[in-house]
Structures are given as structure tokens and as C-alpha cells.
Design a binder for this molecule. Structure first.
Ligand SMILES: [Fe+2]
Ligand SMILES: [Fe+2]
Length: 147
């Protein structure tokens, strides 16, 4: 069984956020290059890139929800609803992409999505969750239980 500690949980959340940001940046960069005609991307590649981003962020939500559930986080219902709202938003954007929306409109909608997720969710809801994880002192729990 993998050892779980306050630090490992906080690191996992941080790492997830960083990998979401970097895959978001590389997705936006390639879409911008398509719209500048610097690269050619098949429509199916645009769809695949976007689907992959939804999987990455969806997996992160599952990770946070697992922690919230395991440690009885009291704000978990609201936090989950916020995750669900972002996924619904991304899925409606995916429908637009599949329906043939322009790359320019996708980039604009994605930028709006990212600002909202980063400024409102990561900086507030996730920050509160990390504060809660810090208060758990799971390292101490493990140290004491091995005495
Ligand atoms: Fe979250
Ligand atoms: Fe998060």
C-alpha cells in the first residue's frame, strides 16, 4: 500500500495543477498555431487534444474527491458541484468543437474557462482544501501509529 502523508497529498494536488496548466498551455499554443496557419491540424486531432485535456482535468477532480471523501472534508458537496460545473462546461465546449466551431472561438472559450478555473476554483476552493489537508497532520498519524 502506498504511504500517504500530508505532504504527499499536497504534492499530488500541486503536481496535478501544474500538469493541467502545462497541457492547457500546449493545447492553446497548438490551436493558436492552427489559427495563424503556422501548422495544419486535422479536425480529429483538435478533437483528440481537447478530449485528452478533459481526461487530465477529470482525473484530477477524481483525485481531490477521493481525498475529500476519505478524510470527511466538510465542504466536499460544494467542491464536487464546482468540479461538475467545470466538466459540464468543458463537455458543452467539446460538443461545439465536434459540431465544427472555429479554432478562434475555441481558444477564446478555453481562455475564459481557464481564467475562471484558476482564479476562482484553484485559488479559493482548492486552497481551502489544501489548508484542511495541512490541518490533518497525516504524517503524525503514521509516525504515531508505527510506535
Ligand atoms: Fe478542486
Ligand atoms: Fe484542483
Amino acid at each position: 500500500m502506498k504511504m500517504e502523508s500530508t505532504n504527499s497529498l499536497l504534492t499530488m494536488i500541486d503536481d496535478d495543477h501544474m500538469s493541467i496548466k502545462s497541457s492547457f498551455d500546449s493545447m492553446i499554443n497548438s490551436f493558436l498555431q492552427v489559427s495563424n496557419h503556422s501548422i495544419v491540424m486535422e479536425r480529429s486531432d483538435i478533437e483528440k487534444t481537447f478530449d485528452n485535456f478533459i481526461i487530465i482535468i477529470g482525473n484530477h477532480f477524481v483525485n481531490e474527491e477521493f481525498i475529500m471523501n476519505k478524510y470527511y472534508y466538510e465542504d466536499q458537496v460544494l467542491h464536487r458541484e464546482s468540479h461538475r460545473g467545470y466538466l459540464i462546461h468543458l463537455k458543452s465546449l467539446r460538443d461545439k468543437i465536434y459540431a465544427g466551431a472555429t479554432v478562434e472561438s475555441i481558444v477564446q472559450a478555453l481562455s475564459d474557462f481557464f481564467v475562471s478555473w484558476d482564479h476562482f476554483h484553484v485559488s479559493h476552493a482548492d486552497k481551502r482544501l489544501c489548508k484542511f489537508i495541512k490541518s490533518l497532520d497525516i504524517d503524525d498519524f503514521w509516525n504515531h501509529s508505527s510506535d
